[in-house]
Write a protein that binds this ligand. Structure first.
Ligand code: APR
Length: 201
C-alpha cells in the first residue's frame, strides 16, 4: 500500500484528498457531496424497499430526478435485501450509474452487521465491474440513520474495498466521498493505522 499524498490547506484548513495505491488501483478519501461525483458509478445507501428516504438516499434521488425511482420500482419491485446491490442509470447526475445497496441497521453488533456491511461493499463493487465501471464513489454506508459506529464502519469499508481491489486485474478508482471532516478523519485514521502496522511488521 503506497500513500500518494495528504495535505491540509494552510488558509482554509480544508482537507485535500488522500490517495492510496492498492494493487493496480487507487483508493481516495475525499470530503464532499456524492451527488456531484463524475465517477462511472455512485453508490446509494438505500433501504431494502428501495423506497427512498433521507440522508444520502434522499440527496441522490432529488438530484437524479424521478426517473431513477421509476426504474427501481419497475426493475426491482421486490426491493433489495440487506447486503445486496442493484443498479439503475443515474438520471440527471453526471455519473452513468447508481448502484443501490442496503447496509445493515446497527443492533449492537451481534446480528451479523459486519458481514452485511462487507457484503454491501463487495456486491456493489462486483456490480460496478460487471457494468464496465472504471471508477466508483461510495458514501459511508450505514453510518447515518442506520447507526453503525463510524470507527467500526470505516474499518470494515476500507478493508473490504482493499480486499476487492487486490483481487482485480484491471485498475479501478474507488473514491470514498465523506460528507464531513469527522467522517473523513475516521477513514484517514484507518489508513494511518494500516501504515503503522506495515511499518512495524
Ligand atoms: N454525499 C455523501 N454522503 C452523504 C450525503 C451526500 N450528499 N448525505 C448524507 N451523507 C452521509 C451521512 O453523513 C452518513 O455518513 O452518508 C452516510 C450514510 O448516512 P445515511 O444516508 O443516513 O445512510 P444509512 O445510515 O445507510 O441509512 C440508510 O437512511 O435515508 C435513509 O432510505 C435510507 O432508510 C435508508 C437509511
Amino acid at each position: 500500500m503506497k500513500f500518494l499524498y495528504r495535505k491540509q490547506c494552510g488558509r482554509c484548513e480544508r482537507k485535500s484528498p488522500v490517495k492510496t495505491l492498492v494493487g493496480n488501483s487507487v483508493l481516495e478519501l475525499v470530503v464532499g457531496d456524492i451527488t456531484n461525483e463524475e465517477t462511472d458509478a455512485i453508490v446509494n445507501a438505500a433501504n431494502s424497499q428501495l423506497a427512498g428516504g433521507g440522508g444520502v438516499d434522499g440527496a441522490i434521488h432529488r438530484a437524479a430526478g424521478p426517473s431513477v425511482m421509476e426504474q427501481t420500482s419497475q426493475k426491482y419491485p421486490e426491493g433489495c435485501p440487506t447486503g445486496e446491490a442493484v443498479i439503475t442509470d443515474a438520471g440527471q447526475l453526471k455519473a452513468k450509474y447508481i448502484i443501490h445497496t442496503v447496509g445493515p441497521i446497527w443492533r449492537g453488533g451481534r446480528e451479523g452487521e459486519e458481514d452485511y456491511l462487507r457484503a454491501a461493499y463487495r456486491n456493489s463493487l462486483q456490480l460496478a465491474v460487471e457494468y464496465g465501471c472504471k471508477s466508483v464513489s461510495f458514501p459511508a454506508i450505514s453510518t447515518g440513520v442506520y447507526g453503525y459506529p463510524l470507527d467500526l464502519a470505516s474499518e470494515v469499508a476500507l478493508s473490504e474495498i482493499r480486499q476487492f481491489l487486490l483481487g482485480l486485474n484491471d485498475a479501478m478508482l474507488v473514491r470514498c466521498v465523506l460528507f464531513n471532516e469527522g467522517t473523513w478523519g475516521a477513514y484517514c485514521r484507518v489508513l494511518e493505522q494500516w501504515r503503522c502496522d506495515e511499518t512495524n511488521a
